[in-house]
Design a protein around this ligand. Structure first.
Ligand SMILES: *Cc1c(COP(=O)(O)O)cnc(C)c1O
Length: 391
């Protein structure tokens, strides 16, 4: 049976904004043009006076980019979205638009590495103070906010620890104090979670992950109210210039066509691999929010309609040589950073540790897996042979 969400998503991804392509083309045209011209002095002047509503120069708006933005905004139940050149640009533009000297922000400990750098190091240059919280309990946020707090930055779940924040409670607290909230929704995608419906103000994504979905494009997006997105456009996007190329936006439009089809398969494969690993006696633990053994399983069920392909597991062994041997036996998972494409990935924490420093005990045997769209039996067989080799 077709569920309502699928119907809505098909409408957005396959039809919305596509009635008037030149010559009734089925694929959207790529407006690979840096400038747009005007018929009259009056039209030219009117456009310049309202840059966020007109096509003037592609560093501002572009029709191919805008079509993609409209679709992502609709998926996130947002009034407006702005595509930018990377996920990191989305995070920094969104955060900086709401902070100035003397302000305070709250950020989750487990935020994506460069988001942490922004809040911990970069913003201190401008006299902005930041409190980091684990973020699993609302009390931590209540204790962290101050009279000058302007922003709470969330990532739920975090892409290494998979811990969640109670979004409705955080949003209510923030609203009562006039604090903006931003969440990185890259892991769940709008297929499985719509944070704006829970009261969060702004959603950011690394489009390089699932929205792109084919490991062939780097991009980011910010979704929110028209007022907030126009503000970000004017105060951060235009001066900083993290513009996306029309061709990259076209690749995203193409890849989005299959988003609602891809995500349930990532979910099914991840859940199956997570269960399979959990049942092995050489595996110490598996972290996947939609697994009943996950400490915040109830909250995950409440906030997500499903889960994506990324999770982690920890082996019982603490022998780095065994981790290396196992990694070298893997055949059908690619050894690579990032995630969100069609392909399965295998990323041991150990590979990120410097060889001239002692590896923290908790990093030796932690492995992050991305379940792609392959046949899950093939993936299970591959993990089995690699794990059996180091028994
Ligand atoms: C990859 C990633 C980012 C950064 O996105 P880029 O497109 O690589 O700049 C931000 N947040 C999360 C959760 C990510 O996984």
């Amino acid at each position: 049976m077709i569920q309502n969400a699928d119907y809505e998503m098909t409408e957005i991804l396959h039809h919305m904004g596509e009635d008037n392509f030149p010559e009734h083309a089925v694929a959207p045209p790529i407006f690979q043009s840096s400038i747009f011209s005007f018929q009259t002095f009056e039209a030219f002047r009117e456009a310049l006076a309202n840059e966020d509503e007109h096509y003037i120069y592609t560093r501002g708006n572009n029709p191919t980019v805008n079509l993609c933005e409209e679709k992502i905004a609709a998926l996130e139940h947002a009034q407006k979205a702005k595509l930018v050149s990377s996920g990191v640009a989305a995070i920094s533009c969104a955060a900086m638009a709401f902070l100035k000297q003397g302000d305070h922000a709250v950020c989750v400990n487990s935020a994506y590495g460069w988001a942490r750098y922004l809040f911990q190091t970069y913003l201190s240059r401008f006299g902005i103070e930041v409190t980091f919280v684990e973020g699993t309990q609302i009390e931590e946020f209540e204790n962290a906010v101050r009279p000058n707090t302007k922003l709470i930055y969330l990532e739920s779940p975090a892409s290494f620890t998979f811990t969640l924040q109670p979004l409705r409670q955080v949003a209510a607290l923030a609203k009562s104090r006039g604090i903006r909230t931003i969440i990185d929704n890259t892991w769940a995608t709008p297929v499985f979670q719509n944070p704006l419906d829970m009261g969060i103000d702004l959603v950011v994504h690394s489009v390089s992950k699932y929205l792109g979905g084919n490991s062939d494009v780097i991009a980011g997006v910010i979704c929110g109210s028209k007022e907030d997105i126009v503000r970000i456009f004017r105060t951060e996007f235009l001066p900083m210039g993290p513009v996306i190329d029309p061709f990259a936006a076209w690749l995203i439009l193409r890849n989005l066509r299959t988003l609602h089809v891809r995500m349930p398969i990532h979910y099914r494969n991840a859940l199956e691999l997570a269960r399979f690993l959990e049942d092995r006696d050489d595996v110490e633990s598996v972290s996947y929010p939609l697994l009943p053994s996950f400490p915040q399983y109830e909250l995950a069920r409440e906030q997500f309609r499903g889960g994506s392909g990324l999770f982690s597991f920890r082996l019982r062994t603490r022998d780095p040589e065994k981790i290396k041997k196992m990694t070298n036996r893997i055949r059908f998972f690619k050894l690579a950073v990032s995630w969100g494409g069609y392909e399965s990935l295998f990323d041991p924490s150990l590979v990120h540790c410097r060889t001239d420093q002692e590896v923290p005990e908790d990093k030796i045997s932690l492995i992050r897996v991305h379940a792609g769209l392959e046949d899950v039996e093939l993936l299970k067989r591959d993990l089995t042979q690699a794990l059996d080799a180091i028994r």
